[in-house]
Design a protein around this ligand. Structure first.
Ligand code: CU
Length: 262
């Protein structure tokens, strides 16, 4: 084995062991993970964050190792005079095949590993947990309407105090449709987004794990005021949420009574 062969063997060995290390580290870190009080439901947002970090680590490790090897060879085997003619080492048949297949196998193994994780996560993301709280969503030009059932209907104009409220610790499923054009509901903090279309029902689910307030946006260009199609989402402690829901119900009942009299 000459120097060139030794160097290649060394760099591929390094990539393989680093990739294996990253894989076992991510296995140890667990995947998805349940949230406190959620009845062991996996949190898709934690899974997406986890996968995102994994992809970043993988491409960094592979990029750095191959970059350093390429840089070394670029300097080591550079032309020393303008008329110099390079001559590569002659590889035997088996070595030539190995040099082509080993790096390919390393990349493929890494790709399959990430794909398998992505597929697992996709299945979590598409399967709504049975105890989810259902909220019906209608997209309008240019606001959202959230229907909790029992007459509680929140018309969420941008910047108003009427916005999406959900309890902490329980999966929430949004069943969505639009009454005019195609919109797309996005909850950036919860890492979910789905198109909303007239004549069709789509859904997303997510799991609020802590009390906090975030933004809800429309991520499909839906007309002049598309950029104004936003509202807030507040994840509240369950008792506080129930109190809010009860007050909304009371208000809705009062309104209906007035309408019936009139
Ligand atoms: Cu929209």
């Amino acid at each position: 084995m000459n120097r060139f062969e030794r160097l290649l063997t060394l760099s591929f060995g390094a990539v393989a062991s680093l990739a294996a290390g990253a894989a076992s580290a991510s296995e140890a870190a667990g995947y998805g993970g349940g949230a406190a009080g959620s009845g062991g439901v996996s949190d898709p947002a934690a899974g997406w964050n986890h996968l995102w970090n994994e992809v970043l680590i993988d491409i960094t490790v592979i990029g750095v190792v191959f970059g350093v090897a390429a840089l070394y060879m670029l300097i080591r085997y550079r032309a020393k005079s303008p008329t110099a003619v390079g001559h590569g080492p002659k590889l035997k048949g088996a070595a030539a095949v190995a040099f082509a297949l080993v790096p390919a196998a390393i990349f493929m193994a890494d790709d399959f590993f990430l794909s398998a994780k992505g597929w697992t996560l996709w299945n979590i993301y598409r399967r709504v947990p049975p105890n989810a709280l259902e909220i019906k969503v209608t997209g309008h030009q240019w606001y959202y309407e959230f229907d909790y059932g029992n007459g509680v209907n929140v018309v969420a104009m941008p910047g108003s105090d009427d916005y999406l409220r959900v309890p902490v610790g329980r999966p929430i499923v949004m069943r969505m449709t639009a009454d005019d054009v195609i919109h797309s509901l996005s909850l950036p903090h919860y890492r979910v987004k789905e198109d909303i279309m007239p004549g069709r029902m789509t859904y997303i689910w997510f799991l609020p794990t802590e009390a906090r307030k975030d933004v809800v946006t429309c991520t499909m260009f839906c007309g002049d005021n598309h950029s104004q199609m936003w509202t807030n989402i507040e994840a509240m402690p369950p008792a506080q949420f129930e109190a809010w829901l009860a007050s909304q119900k009371k208000q809705a009942q009062g309104q209906r009574a007035v309408e019936n009299k009139g």
